[in-house]
Design a protein around this ligand. Structure first.
Ligand code: GTP
Length: 556
């Protein structure tokens, strides 16, 4: 395909506005998949995506479209809609020259419609607004078109009105892709240069990189260099995705495809890396801004002997999800593990689920926290912890867009659910990092008979310290069995105790029910008791079952 007959575009939208359904229709109409009733979100390949009905990974598909006697190569990238996966959208955009901005004909512009529009707008991509679900009874495409004109300054008549579900007017979308999106600026005569915009790990072939070719051509058997480490590799396999891998002999300027180089170590693979031919070095491409983790949680193997397996699972999965940050961590109660950073709570859940489903891993995830910056022993002002309104714009007579400044930990956990239920599902929500701000936070310790328990240290707002301390003491009291002496469970701030529960002394005599002199039975019971003790940790003189930490740390 000559470069002027290639179009690279992605589909962006608010969650559930119909991106993956439109992708199904585009795949069918271009013959990439057979048209059947069963094609439902074909590009959502992961088990977690199927189960949750949402896209979490961007997926590429190359389509061949015949238009006015010419054949065009359309490279489509379907992206996730939820804010937690916006890193996928920003990376996909870097491989494209245009976007289809899908808006639900009933719901109209929502928070991620705005956020994703700006990602595309700032990257100066051609934007084609598509109003979807016109078949719905309550669809109001005209109102949505005027919202689009008002908020994005795109004339009403540029909106394409479709039903992705029924296939109505979808042909117009393909035509618009060819007519309104410019071909990539890439010349086949330049030296080979490609951007690695995504990767995954294949058990047999090693790293499989998704690449966008910005210049020249590459052949199977060529020797290429990864700019990131300067190491060279032989191209073992390459091809396009339709959406399944379709090997080819070459990839040309303007194309999007995959490449296998026998790279086995995920540390060598870097998202945003530039690839070039060994004898033809090029200037490296700008790559990607690293994602900024918002929510942190500890991950530990349920059984410490699984540590090496879990380490390789996490490394391989972070190759496919480069927005996750990983640091080694260890805890007295849970052993060796990691501290992982995520873009949000859903992201954390999905990552955990993928570890279990795709890597068969069994993990303990600790309560999520947000990052704080502590300025030690300097005076702190008491600040209002609630949102501070920044601005408010009416999108039309029914919808308003409001901007607030919030402390992050106020919004990551249950804010979204609460907002949804209070607004009967009408309000939508998106956020970005506004930087660190001073707040009245304190460090709360948990003590067992006066001995601090390191893994239960938490940072809480001063106003909530008492209730949080009390709740933690109560949960611990429930989880630690009685012992031969009384145990004080306390929460403290500095040297001041703010909450206390007591576990009464008690000796569990396992032989109490053993009448008579059956010695083997006695031995069995004592052995069982000793095994039970192995699962305990000694903190000071208190034996704490491992489960106790999990119960207190685990999210409710
Ligand atoms: P995420 O990738 O999770 O952000 O969602 P999405 O934007 O890909 O939406 P998806 O294609 O999964 O569609 C969401 C829901 O809307 C599904 O139940 C679809 O069947 C439905 N839907 C999509 N297009 C149409 C349409 O044209 N009409 C109607 N009535 N329903 C549609």
């Amino acid at each position: 395909f000559p470069v002027d007959r290639i179009r690279n575009f992605c589909i962006i939208a608010h969650i559930d506005h119909g991106k993956s359904t439109l992708a199904d229709r585009l795949l069918e109409m271009t013959g990439a998949i057979v048209k059947t009733q069963k094609n439902k979100q074909v590009l959502d390949k992961l088990q977690v995506e199927r189960e949750r009905g949402i896209t979490v990974k961007a997926q590429t598909a190359s389509l061949i479209y015949s238009h006015q006697g010419q054949q065009y190569l359309l490279n489509l990238i379907d992206t996730p809609g939820h804010v937690d996966f916006s890193y996928e959208v920003s990376r996909s955009i870097s491989a494209c020259q245009g976007v289809l901005l899908i808006v639900d004909a009933n719901q109209g512009i929502q928070a991620q419609t705005v956020a994703n529009f700006y990602l595309a707008f700032e990257a100066q991509l051609a934007i084609i607004p598509v109003i979807n679900k016109i078949d719905l009874k309550n669809a109001d495409p005209e109102r949505v078109a005027s919202q689009i004109e008002k908020v994005f300054d795109i004339p009403c008549n540029e909106c394409i009105r479709i039903s992705a579900k029924l296939g109505t007017n979808v042909e117009a979308v393909l035509q618009a892709v060819v007519d309104r999106i410019p071909p990539p600026v890439a010349s086949i005569d330049d030296p080979f240069k490609a951007l690695v915009f995504d990767s995954n790990f294949d058990h047999y072939r090693g790293v499989v990189a998704n690449i966008a070719v910005f210049g020249g051509r590459v052949r199977k058997g060529d020797r290429i260099v990864s700019a990131y480490l300067g190491k060279s590799y032989e191209v073992n396999e390459l091809g396009i995705l339709r959406p399944d891998e379709h090997p080819t002999q070459k990839l040309f300027a303007g194309q999007v495809g995959y490449m296998v180089t026998g790279m086995k170590d995920v540390k060598e693979a870097q998202i945003g890396d530039t690839l070039y031919l060994k004898e033809q070095p090029v200037e490296t491409l700008p790559g990607f801004k690293p994602a900024k983790a918002m929510v942190f949680a500890g991950m530990f193997p349920t059984d410490q002997s699984d540590y090496p397996g879990l380490r390789s699972a996490i490394e391989r999965l972070t190759l496919n999800d480069s927005s996750v940050t990983v640091q080694r961590d260890s805890s007295m109660a849970l052993g060796a593990g990691w501290r992982l950073g995520f873009l949000g709570l859903l992201h954390m859940e999905v990552f955990n689920q993928r570890l279990e489903q795709e890597y068969n891993a069994s993990v303990i995830v600790t309560a999520p926290t947000v990052p704080y910056k502590a300025v030690l022993s300097s005076p702190r002002l008491i600040k209002n912890r609630r949102g501070i309104q920044k601005n408010m714009v009416y999108i039309d007579d029914k919808r308003v867009m409001m901007k607030y400044l919030f402390p992050l930990n106020e919004i990551v956990v249950d804010f979204y659910d609460l907002l949804k239920s209070l607004s009967s599902g009408y309000a939508s929500f998106d956020y970005e990092n506004a930087g660190y701000q001073a707040a009245d936070l304190i460090k709360m310790n948990i003590l067992l008979n006066g001995q601090p328990v390191e893994e239960l240290i938490t940072i809480v707002h001063r106003g909530r310290a008492y209730s949080a301390g009390k709740a933690m003491c109560e949960r611990l009291q429930d989880s630690i069995p009685r012992q031969m002496f009384e145990i004080a469970v306390q929460a403290s701030i500095g040297s001041k105790v703010i909450a206390r529960e007591t576990i009464k002394a008690y000796r569990k005599n396992v032989l109490a029910k053993c009448y008579g002199g059956d010695i083997t039975r006695k031995m069995k019971l004592l052995k069982k008791q000793a095994e039970g003790k192995k699962k305990m940790r000694l903190i000071g003189n208190v034996e704490v079952p491992k489960d106790a930490f999990i119960n207190v740390l685990k999210r409710k």
